[in-house]
Design a protein around this ligand. Structure first.
Ligand code: GDP
Ligand code: IMO
Ligand code: MG
Length: 417
């Protein structure tokens, strides 16, 4: 796969980190193109558990460069802390590149997120994501390259503080402290900053292997997700062009990542949510607590209406179905194959949030299994019940399953022909 994208097919946390890390063993570059430190991508390898918010997971492999393209919202403070945590695990220093056009998340963005009420209303990760992308669209953001001009930084921050002043909050931000900290943080990344688009384009021309690592998931996309309960960036395959400047015609594979069930953090519709014993099983066995915020994730069954929608939006060439091991021990596994609405049965994923709140899932039940999957590596190692589940998913969404997650560790994955 010279160029491929790994895209979340649900509401985030589908195990994109683990899947990207697996595929990046042979990659030259891994590129983040959207989102920022709202992402929490987990990798479990020989050094321990890495929880990455900014650094592309492929960069954990020596020999793979991690690039942050301009579509990412960059929090330099988070980046610094993340590098410190990786060093504490004794890992080799990751090789990184930063686009000079990256928009910066600044302290005022987090304050505005609290004041504006979106943190509570949407249940955001409180990382300043929305306000940073708002400033970008309003043409008053600060970009990484701008940090070379201290006066420009100062006046941009003064303007932001003046605006917050109207809310009586200007005392909480000290412009001079932020200017000083940003100058120091900039010194740490300056030598690795440049034209990421040109570097990736050249790498592709030379036949290098590049993986684009999506953050969040299709149903959190600003346009294609369950608006307004979404994030503020483009989380689908279309975000790769938006966030890197690399044309989609370059790709030979677009892999959608979905859990064998569904989770969601934050507010918003979730038709297959199970607030009873089934959901509790998924949360406890699947350890469904947020990587970024520690919040318990809402849990429920695999929603094939939503997954088929994600397949159509992204043109997935294959699927990775993760956390299959979590379903072990259930007497039956439920698959939502359609929705019931006031007008009858439908397999269309509705645009209007109010409508999605009201649909009732129509389930098909498949038999469960008792076997431990953790040592399975190929199709023949999987019990018959798991193979039936994979066939049912493929039949409903029309996309082949290529990988199956059978545990959190890097080697716990089944490759299908
Ligand atoms: P991401 O944001 O899509 O990268 O996903 P997260 O890292 O936020 O959440 C996925 C969680 O599931 C992490 O704690 C992973 O270590 C874990 N995980 C990944 N794949 C599997 C799997 O196949 N089985 C189990 N049990 N856990 C997994
Ligand atoms: P990864 O990359 C799961 C959710 C938040 C909230 C909404 C908006 O780890 O899959 P934001 O802070 O982005 O403005 O919050 O989006 N959200 C995620 N949920 N995984 C993520 O990232 C998420 N990033 C944002 O919970 O509902
Ligand atoms: Mg996550």
């Amino acid at each position: 796969m010279p160029a491929g994208a790994v895209i979340g097919a649900q509401w985030g946390d589908e195990a994109k980190g683990k899947v990207t890390h697996f595929l990046a063993r042979e990659a030259d570059y891994t590129v983040r193109f959207n989102g920022g430190p709202n992402a929490g991508h987990t990798v479990k390898d020989g050094y321990g558990t890495a929880r990455l918010h900014h650094i592309p997971v492929g960069a954990l492999h020596p020999g793979c460069v991690g690039a942050l393209a301009h579509g990412v919202a960059l929090d330099l403070w988070t980046l610094r802390d993340e590098l410190t945590a990786l060093r504490a695990q004794g890992r080799p220093e990751p090789v990184l590149r930063f686009s000079d056009r990256l928009h910066l998340i600044l302290p005022q963005h987090k304050l505005r997120e609290e004041l504006g009420g979106s943190a509570q209303r949407i249940g955001t990760t409180r990382r300043g994501i929305g306000p940073c992308y708002e400033d970008r669209a309003a043409r008053r953001g600060l970009r990484l390259a701008d940090l070379a001009d201290e006066e420009a930084v100062r006046s941009s921050l003064q303007l932001a503080v003046q605006e917050l002043g109207a809310c009586g909050l200007q005392e909480t931000l000290s412009v001079e402290d932020i200017v000083r900290e940003l100058a120091e943080l900039y010194r740490q990344v300056e030598s690795r900053m440049g034209d990421v688009r040109a570097e990736i384009a050249t790498a592709l021309e030379r036949g290098k292997r590049v993986i684009f690592e999506g953050a969040q998931g299709t149903l959190l996309d600003l346009d294609w997700g369950t608006y307004p309960y979404v994030t503020s960036s483009s989380t689908t395959v279309h975000g790769v062009g938006w966030g890197t400047g690399i044309a989609v015609t370059r790709f030979d594979a677009v892999l959608g990542v979905a859990k064998a069930y569904t989770t969601r953090v934050g507010e918003g519709p979730f038709p297959t949510e199970d607030t009873a014993a089934g959901g509790e099983h998924l949360r406890e066995v699947g350890k469904e607590y947020g990587t970024t915020t520690g919040r318990p994730r809402r849990c429920g069954w695999l929603d094939l209406v939503a997954l088929r929608y994600a397949c159509r939006i992204n043109g997935f060439t294959g699927l990775a179905l993760t956390k299959m091991d979590v379903l072990r021990g259930l007497s039956e596994v439920k698959l939502c194959v359609a929705y019931r609405t006031g007008e009858g049965r439908t397999d269309v994923f509705p645009t209007r949030t109010g409508e999605l709140m009201e649909v009732e899932p129509i389930y098909e039940s498949l038999p469960g299994w008792k076997e431990d999957l953790s040592r399975a590596r190929e199709e023949d190692d999987l019990p018959r019940a798991v193979r039936s589940l994979l066939a049912a998913v493929e039949g409903h969404v029309g996309v082949p399953v290529r990988l199956v997650g059978v545990g959190p560790a890097e080697e716990e994955i089944v490759t299908l022909e």
